[in-house]
Design a protein around this ligand. Structure first.
Ligand SMILES: [Zn+2]
Length: 350
């Protein structure tokens, strides 16, 4: 039976075991041997991850997205179209109608996925922003516009207190539109993982601890997964990731999204630009991210906004999805790169 290693810090359980995979060894004529197969459980979300050895899951070359991303045809977010095909919010809901911050633009989403949903583009002057051009200022403006939307909604309907700002980038991540965009969800009920985070914080509090995510940062601060701090934003890789090249940021500057000030957004955007630049270096061409707020009790529960970003399969014509039955049906990631490797690669640029 595999040996379990458990590290308990600040009420958080970092559990790891080597399952020792039994396989025929090619160099030994197919005689059976053992190879490392490490499994971890996430201290916050309880999800599992398996680090496989000998697999090559990560891309070795960059995807050619020239044809996929070339402008032409109807796009509701492009110049000449967004003026006509997007609508302002009612002024009592969002005083600005459409929210603009330099090139960023936030408008109502036509498709409702939550009680109050908006869609925003980083750049309303061009159809496509390649990942290598995601500069900190572009990210800052898009998040600043989205956070304004969240604050406006709270002022309009305080009950819609479960907020998040999220994104898909290119089709492998689930995005139906090529023009890079992000979305905000504001609802009376939490999303499932948002609920898991809030309930975990509640349990942490019952156990006499103060701040779940800052206790997590504290537990990891001196270790191989901590990347660096920019202002009030702590960047680190999760002990047990749920996606490829996953990176987290814990935003110490507030309890909920509505507490974040411009300094917080600037520091966070600086870090996110560094993460996306590293994704480019690693030949990754698609991602999802989620900036999750802790709901109406965020302050009482000692929560902080949690940002998570994961790389997705590259937009190649016959791409292999990074989501197998492991991830889709068991909530368990199978991956060939450890969070320690990802953190090491990022630390140099922080
Ligand atoms: Zn467009």
């Amino acid at each position: 039976m595999a040996e379990v290693t458990v590290r308990e810090v600040n009420g958080l359980r970092f559990e790891e075991r080597d399952l020792r995979g039994k396989v025929p060894v090619l160099s030994d004529g197919g005689a059976f041997g053992e190879i490392p197969l490490v499994r971890r459980v996430d201290p916050i979300f309880g999800t599992g991850v398996r680090f496989v050895s000998g697999a090559k899951i990560q891309p070795e070359t960059r995807a050619d997205v020239a044809e996929l991303t070339s402008p032409g045809g109807f796009c509701p977010f492009c110049p000449g179209f967004h003026e006509k095909y997007t609508f302002p919010f009612p002024s009592e809901m969002v005083p600005e109608g459409k929210i603009r911050r330099n090139l960023a633009l936030v408008v109502p989403n036509i498709v409702a996925y939550s009680t109050y949903s908006s869609v925003g583009v980083y750049d309303s002057t061009r159809h496509f922003v390649p990942m290598e051009e995601f500069e900190a200022s572009l990210l800052h403006d898009a998040f600043a516009a989205m956070l304004q939307y969240v604050r406006d909604i709270r002022a309009y309907d305080a009950q819609a207190a479960y907020s998040s700002i999220n994104a898909n980038y290119l089709p492998p991540s689930g995005s139906s539109l090529i023009h890079p965009h992000l979305q905000s969800s504001n609802d009376y009920v939490p999303l499932a993982m948002q609920s898991a985070l809030i309930e975990r914080a509640r349990r942490h509090r019952k156990e006499g601890r103060e701040r779940l995510l800052m206790d997590y940062v504290e537990a990891e601060r001196e270790g191989p997964r901590y990347i660096g701090r920019l202002g009030n934003a702590h960047f680190l890789t999760p002990f047990a990731p749920s996606g490829f090249r996953e990176v987290w940021a814990v935003l110490e500057g507030g309890a909920d999204l509505t507490d974040l000030g411009d300094d917080d957004v600037t520091a966070f955007a600086d870090g996110l630009a560094k993460v996306i630049a590293a994704y480019v270096e690693w030949n990754l061409g698609s991602f999802n991210f989620a900036l999750t707020g802790g709901g109406p009790d965020a302050a009482a529960l000692g929560l902080n906004p949690l940002f998570r970003i994961v790389a997705r399969s590259n937009p190649d014509p016959y791409y292999r999805s990074d989501v197998t039955y492991f991830e889709r049906l068991y909530g368990e990631l199978m991956v060939d790169i450890t969070p320690e490797e990802t953190a090491a690669g990022l630390r140099e640029s922080f």
